[in-house]
Design a protein around this ligand. Structure first.
Ligand code: AMP
Length: 584
């Protein structure tokens, strides 16, 4: 099929905005292509040469394209440049000068086919760094010869990365379904969801029809389109929807990531299927070490961990630090954990059609959790009170909520689909405590890495009036300037004591104890239940106290307050309850 013929189909596509019409033009166009042209044509029509995850774009610079045009038509470069300045669209310039040329030229060069165009652009794109500009320009001008004016217009737009026909992947899948599957898109879509590669799907259909499509499996190196969750507003609704029982997993607030393992080599893809391998060298090496499989595709959430408190960090903060200091520098300051929650492919076997419970077992069997690769915390629930307390634990451990997962035999991995097999349940707000709280410093943990030589975090407490005790509510490691941080041991030195002071109630064992003396002002995201802090212990819930989530200091030392004037545990209980009212 000649490229110029394709271009006239592109013209038709551009002349309508109706999706059905576009699909039927695509059907006509794809039917005209030979078997080995269907794949390349699918990519070209999307303005690409490869699936997005390959990360190679055509995008040639305008100078190079101008020179190639001038050379192939035999007009002065100046003329091309002047026309471009006037129109602002090099595609239109190409069309114009090709029209003029067609009148003058007596002998037409051999017109390029779709394949000729694809292979040449492929050669140019792959030679990105190497190959001189002159060489690329030469290759490009070689395929311009013999094009119709419309052909030249679309080729120019394509090489500049500006084709934009308004055709989406799904429209091409519709057209393919029309040609090869009597309009039923399901099998074709499945293959696409497993590979994210429209060219492979098109090529396989052209070569061996639906039988070929059924053979398509997940392939390490090709990202699977992620399974998505529905959302419900209450634990009751979630349980009812999942027939009364479900697996509940922590819903981590991080970056979703698919790790593809092939014989020791690991690649990472984001939720949007982009390669993010270079952003997380720490995740790569821990996956290589701790996932015991020769070939696998696993999925999880990357989360930053505060090395001083061991607590999970809001993802924004992790990314902010990485942008500010660079990946390598930030690694020590904020290491990451990856919490794996699924496995879609393992040692040659497609697990996407296997129920959740078996996939989880398979995942557990290959992950060694002694390092920074962890499994998503989970439990099985069939009653509301277990659901609610697991949810509270998730929140107090720094998560956004829970992900409820269907555990029936039908619970396959639905690549690329949002469905009721996974249901997210999270608090409806991302708040900031309206008020600051004033807390008493009762202990400290020694710093590591960049904080070696000072404290990594302080242990803070609220005052319990009834007991006349100081009960812990959080570990504070954020909000200090470097200078302040390194002055802490000296500043707090006079309050340091050898043993836990009698009036301090703590389940945690810090490296250093302080007698209640210094009061510091703190902001936090919200108040949560926590099994490790003692403030208002057992008052809201058995076995749990109250904690402040994501605490950071405002930098204000409340020297005007005695420790007994600090925020009380009664106040924390009130704050917790008014928070609940806001949610419901
Ligand atoms: P949302 O982004 O709010 O629509 O929630 C869905 C996202 O939660 C997924 O795309 C994952 O990135 C994330 N997530 C966190 N923990 C889990 C988990 N245990 N299972 C599935 N997804 C999870």
């Amino acid at each position: 099929m000649l490229y110029s013929e394709v271009a006239s189909f592109y013209s038709k596509i551009e002349s309508t905005t109706k999706r059905l019409e576009i699909t039927s033009i695509l059907v006509d166009m794809l039917k005209r292509a030979s078997k080995d042209e269907v794949g390349p044509l699918a990519y070209l029509t999307l303005g690409k040469l490869y699936p997005d995850f390959v990360g190679i774009e055509i995008g040639l610079g305008e100078k190079l394209v101008e020179r190639a045009l001038a050379k192939s038509v035999g007009v002065p470069l100046k003329e091309v440049e002047t026309l471009y300045k006037k129109t602002g669209d090099l595609g239109l310039v190409a069309e114009q000068i090709f029209k003029a040329k067609a009148i003058q030229q007596l002998v037409q060069p051999q017109p390029p086919t779709v394949k000729d165009v694809y292979l040449t652009l492929d050669k140019i794109a792959r030679s990105a760094g190497g190959g001189s500009q002159d060489e690329k320009m030469g290759w490009l001008s070689g395929i311009f010869g013999g094009l119709t004016p419309v052909g030249a217009k679309y080729l120019v737009r394509t090489v500049m990365g500006k084709l934009r026909l308004g055709v989406a992947d799904m429209t091409i899948l519709d057209a393919l379904a029309e040609i090869y599957a009597g309009g039923d898109r399901s099998l074709i879509e499945r293959a696409y969801n497993l590979t994210s590669d429209i060219g492979q799907v098109a090529e396989s259909l052209a070569e061996s029809g639906l039988e070929g499509i059924k053979m398509i499996k997940p392939t390490p190196g090709k990202p699977i389109r992620p399974m998505l969750a529905e959302r419900l507003k209450s634990p009751e609704e979630v349980l009812a929807k999942l027939s009364g029982k479900a697996a509940l997993e922590y819903k981590y607030d991080g970056e979703r990531c698919q790790a593809h393992i092939t014989h020791g080599n690991v690649e990472l893809f984001s939720r949007r299927l982009e390669k993010i391998t270079s952003q997380f060298p720490d995740v790569i090496s821990s996956i290589a070490k701790h996932v015991k499989a020769s070939e696998a595709i696993v999925e999880g959430e990357i989360v930053g961990v505060d090395p001083n408190t061991g607590e999970l960090m809001p993802f924004q903060l992790l990314m902010h630090r990485r942008r500010k200091y660079g990946v390598e520098e930030a690694l020590e300051e904020i290491p990451t954990n990856i919490f794996l929650f699924d496995v879609m492919y393992l040692n040659g076997n497609d697990l996407t059609q296997v129920p959740y419970v078996q996939r989880r077992k398979a995942l557990e069997s290959v992950v060694d959790t002694s390092g920074s690769v962890k499994l998503a915390t989970r439990t099985l629930v069939s009653d509301l009170s277990t659901f609610e307390s697991f949810f509270e634990e998730a929140i107090s451990d720094g998560c956004e909520g829970v992900m409820a997962k269907d555990i029936s035999d039908a619970s396959v991995y639905q690549a690329g689909a949002r469905g009721w097999l996974w249901i997210k349940y999270k608090r409806d707000y991302k708040s900031e405590l309206a008020d600051t709280v004033d807390l008493v410093i009762v202990g400290a943990f020694n710093g590591r890495g960049k904080r070696a030589g000072t404290y990594g975090a302080l242990l803070l407490a609220a005052y319990d009036k009834a007991k006349d005790e100081f009960c812990t509510v959080c570990k504070l490691g954020s909000g200090f300037s470097d200078e302040e941080l390194f002055s802490l041991p000296q500043k707090l030195g006079d309050a340091r004591v050898e043993r836990k002071p009698a009036r301090v109630e703590s389940l945690l064992q810090p490296d250093v104890w302080f007698e209640p003396k210094y009061v510091i002002e703190v902001k936090g995201a919200e108040i949560t239940l926590s099994p490790i802090h003692t403030a208002a212990y057992g008052r809201i819930k058995e076995g749990a106290g109250l904690a402040i989530r994501f605490p950071r200091t405002t930098g204000k030392w409340r020297t005007d307050k005695a420790p007994e004037d600090a925020t009380t545990t009664d106040e924390l209980v009130e704050m917790y309850q008014s928070q609940l009212k806001k949610i419901s």
